[in-house]
Write a protein that binds this ligand. Structure first.
Ligand code: ADP
Length: 286
């Protein structure tokens, strides 16, 4: 695989960077992003001062304790919820315009497939909504199903597939309109460990073949390290970015990667970063 730009970095100096245009290779750029949920008198500050640039081709995992705002951050990038303040650009456009331009595909923990449509027709659905001609829809759906190694299952229905296979259909569907950015919210969270490890490998193959940029939410430190070029560590609520760890393990990764001492070292580094933040949070509130 050709050398890829895997530079993702937190813009540490807010003052210096304010007003700076994102580099051409930047797919996602977040600047001074805050998110507050208001429900009557109750205010929940979910995210505070998020600064993050994600370069084209990067695989970035968001990790942090439950409730720290990982899903919220993903949803802000995907324009599924508005920011309270701050700026988000995707491919140089606002998140809203990027959604309208179909710059991203989204995969959630539950695959959300339509039981009455075949696997093939589930993958074709976004293309139907995009009014692509039938022959082109079929060609793309077949290609995407082959990419997630589900060729031969085109005429099956979702209820005839395992959970892992259903999630692969959801990934094929998200990729069907060739988005520049794939947003994934704990897509393998409901699966057993062996299925999860197999799907991790398949996802990496898809990522390498398509060159799409991925933002991936997970609770699993080993999964984050195995998959990512960068692991973004978040603090307990209100979620802030406390660390960005470069995962410089060789590509392509495979089962041997999980036995590499550098892999264990990086898992420990992420764990320590999370623990440090938990300790600080406990001190802050005492
Ligand atoms: P994570 O994905 O890290 O577990 P979330 O992003 O789901 O965390 O949630 C971050 C915080 O924002 C939590 O305290 C959660 O209760 C709150 N929150 C998320 N969505 C909403 C919502 N729609 N309304 C009110 N509070 C919300």
């Amino acid at each position: 695989m050709a050398a890829r730009a895997f530079a993702a970095h937190q813009r540490v100096s807010d003052a210096l960077d304010r007003g700076r245009a994102p580099a051409a290779s930047t797919v996602v750029s977040l600047s001074a992003v805050h998110k507050v949920f208001s429900d009557g008198d109750r205010r929940t500050v979910a995210l505070e001062g998020i600064e993050l640039d994600i370069a084209r081709g990067a695989f970035v995992s968001l990790i942090g304790p439950s409730g720290c705002g990982k899903s919220t951050l993903l949803r802000l990038i995907g324009d599924l919820t508005p920011t309270t303040s701050g700026t988000i650009t995707v491919n140089g456009k606002s998140a809203h315009l990027a959604r309208l331009a179909r710059d991203y595909g989204i995969v959630f923990q539950a695959p959300v497939l339509f039981d009455w449509r075949s696997v093939q027709r589930n993958v074709e659905l976004p293309l139907e909504l995009g009014r692509l001609p039938k022959a082109e829809r079929e060609r793309r759906a077949t290609e995407m199903l082959a990419l997630v190694e589900l060729d031969g299952f085109e005429r099956h229905y979702p209820w005839q597939l395992s959970g892992g296979m259903q999630q692969r259909v959801a990934i094929a569907r998200a990729l069907s309109f060739e988005p520049a950015l794939l947003l994934m919210d704990e897509p393998f969270g409901a699966l057993d460990e062996m299925s999860r490890e197999r799907l991790n490998l398949q996802l990496l193959r898809v990522w390498q073949k398509t060159g799409t940029t991925v933002v991936f939410v997970t609770h699993s430190i080993p999964e984050a390290v195995f998959l990512s070029t960068h692991v973004v560590v978040m603090s307990p609520r209100p979620g802030r970015i406390v660390d960005i760890i470069d995962v410089d393990l060789p590509q392509p990764r495979n089962d041997l990667t999980r036995e590499d001492p550098r892999y264990f070292g990086l898992v420990t580094r992420v764990r320590e970063s999370l623990r440090r933040r938990d300790t600080h949070a406990a001190t802050d509130t005492s």
